[in-house]
Design a protein around this ligand. Sequence first.
Ligand code: MN
Length: 474
Amino acid sequence: MLKTEEKVFWLVVGSQHLYGPETLEQVEDHTKEMVESLNKEANFPYPLEYKALVTTADEIKDVMKEVNYQDKVAGVVTWMHTFSPAKLWIPGTKLLQKPLLHLATQYHKEIPWDSIDMDFMNLNQSAHGDREYGFINARLRLNNKIVVGHYQDPDVHKEMSDWMLSAIGFVESQNIKVARFGDNMRNVGVTEGDKVEAAIQFGWTVDYYGIGDLVEEMSHVTDEEIQETFEECSNMYDMEYRDNDQDFFEEHVKDQIRIEIGLRRFLERGGYTAFTTNFEDLHGMKQLPGMAVQRLNAEGYGFAGEGDWKTAALDRLMKVMANNISTGFMEDYTYNMTKGNEYIVQSHMLEVDPTFAETKPRVVVNPLGIGDKEDPARLVFDGKAGEGLTVSMLDMGTHYRLMVNTFTAETPKEDAPNLPVARVIWKPNPDFKTGIKKWIQAGGGHHTVATLVLSLDVILDWAKLVDIETVVID
Ligand code: MN
């Protein structure tokens, strides 16, 4: 996976001085014990660190300033072990610029009826403190997450883990830089969008380059570098010559590898983590990037075709949240409308993400009907089965909209000897007709980012953090 910086989450426990130092000591001990237990039992994707017990407005402000300032901190979890008057939280919470999770939990699981007294009640009053604290977050209109339950409950662990992924998405979204080679495909509507608003709302940088800039980079790639990657590919994939003679095949694969190395170098130098291409803009290129894109997807680069920078950035975002497992750019292509076995074939003209591959990818060199260039090399495979969801981002003119449709993916049973692209089969939820009708009605695009690993909660929590309208078809 293309590297991101190491991240941690901080836990801050709230209280006040009314209860005396002995109670505060106990609060701190319990919190440390809870954090240790969570890290051991919860299988979090990122570590949770105990940061501080806070009892004054200044302490709260200081810790929130540090959360903002420290790049390694992706978000903060707060716990009200006791009652912490919420006016104390206003100055610090107003400054907070990172995701906040309010963990409504408590130290004990069961009420000890035979020993409970007022000391116990004062020490363990999350039910009381949660409401006071929650009020001020609601009043400040924070997009915070609330997780309720005992901290040893696996459901709580799962909810916290999902929130961590959406928080990582939120902070990493600020670092997404998309290089677009060429503009959007002529006359296409859904791939357009307001780049200034995307920078403000999601933190995305979207830069244009002429394809000649890539061609120039490719001209510096050496034959030795190409040979090295060719050998790597020979070990990773099956080389499928089909009707091509060996020289023709290898030459075309090597031309594609030149694109790959040039692209990677260009993106690395500019700090880009996503990119787009457009088959209408290939001046100086021998082939449309195919296998080159797919191999960069496998490394974690976001991508979408036809200049679709929104989907490319979304691809990178979701790859970061999914740790680049079974997540990538997809396109709705063609329907199977047999009653009782309706489905959509998902593919693209070349660039299907190999993180979806169920079968070992085969390298195929085949003519491409559009683009008017030489036969591009591409990876061909069948996609994995499983429950997943797909996401599309639309510019509605007044605001951005995020659409999500859950689906069941199936590995194709039939061979498709004449189909030279990777393919995946989806059955949309709640059923074929309703899923597709609602998708079309709300303007859902043909370019999406699909995932077989991220839950709906992760996507919706991220959407809440960036204040984007959502339409969910489940
Ligand atoms: Mn497309």
